[in-house]
Design a protein around this ligand. Structure first.
Ligand code: MF3
Ligand code: CO
Ligand code: CO
Length: 256
């Protein structure tokens, strides 16, 4: 299979799905407080997507996944499953990841939330992981190589003595949730495929405070750090434009 190229109209449609995904994260902001369970957050998101946004929560049914959100707290790298036993507490950092399917197109985005008062070393990991994502995004333009994206992320992470998770990556996206290409968050400049106008993919670096090694829990989904240290992740869906990139999952009136 080759990498699909989206036309202008397709990208407009993806932007509609992307903005809806961003709206879910915005809606959740006021609910992410000490004491809320991740199941309650998932219920809010399900209701909002199906009733207000008139869209489909794309995670449900994806390889047998049963929830709307992934909620990944502290040492959880990604794919944490919302659970009524799991209460957020003061000082937690949590990634909330959502994908909205609207009119046949996917929008996939995630961000970190800081719960109550977070320790400085944890907040720094959150902030620098966001910088890593944007350093990767800024590399996107037609003619550039995909390896430039991973390289920029890795450089920013390692300069700060953090490590880049290698076992999970970003992905092409469109009518299909996960498609080619794989987007590594590490790598060498001027390697990999050449970016072309109309390609759409996610950039979603997972950055660890300790080693990059991962462990999959027995539930078959939850990925944690092997050393038990903190991990953070941010994600946007991006389109390659004629002269650079467009972020399809920015919120209404959001500027970066
Ligand atoms: N949204 C995740 C990603 O960024 C994938 C979640 S798959 C699920 O690609 F099944 F765990 F929801
Ligand atoms: Co993704
Ligand atoms: Co995602």
């Amino acid at each position: 299979m080759s990498i699909s190229i989206k036309g202008k109209k397709d990208i407009e449609n993806m932007k509609i799905a992307g903005k809806k995904a961003a709206a879910v994260l915005k809606m959740l902001e006021k609910h992410v407080v000490p004491g809320v369970t991740t199941k309650e957050l998932d219920d809010f998101a399900f209701k909002f997507i199906t009733e207000d946004l008139k869209s489909i929560p794309a995670n449900i049914g994806y390889n047998g996944y049963e929830k709307t959100l992934c909620t990944s707290i502290n040492n959880v790298i990604c794919h944490g499953i919302p659970d009524e036993q799991k209460k957020l507490k003061d000082g937690d950092i949590v990634n909330i990841d959502v994908t909205v399917l609207h009119d046949g197109w996917h929008g996939d985005t995630s961000r970190m939330f800081s719960v109550g008062k977070v320790a400085p070393h944890a907040q720094r990991l959150v902030d620098i992981t966001r910088d890593c994502m944007y350093a990767g995004i800024e590399q996107v333009k037609p003619g550039a190589k995909l390896g430039n994206v991973g390289h920029a992320i890795q450089e920013m992470a390692e300069k700060n003595y953090y490590s880049v998770v290698r076992d999970y990556c970003g992905h092409g996206i469109g009518k299909v949730y996960h498609e080619e290409p794989q987007v590594m968050h590490y790598g060498e400049k001027n390697t990999g495929i050449e970016l072309k106008e109309g390609m759409c993919f996610t950039i979603e670096p997972m950055i660890n405070l300790g080693t990059p090694h991962t462990k999959l829990l027995d539930d078959g989904w939850t990925v944690v750090t092997k050393d038990g240290k903190l991990s953070a992740q941010w994600e946007h869906t991006i389109a390659v434009t004629d002269n650079g990139y467009e972020i399809l999952t920015l919120g209404e009136k959001e500027i970066i």
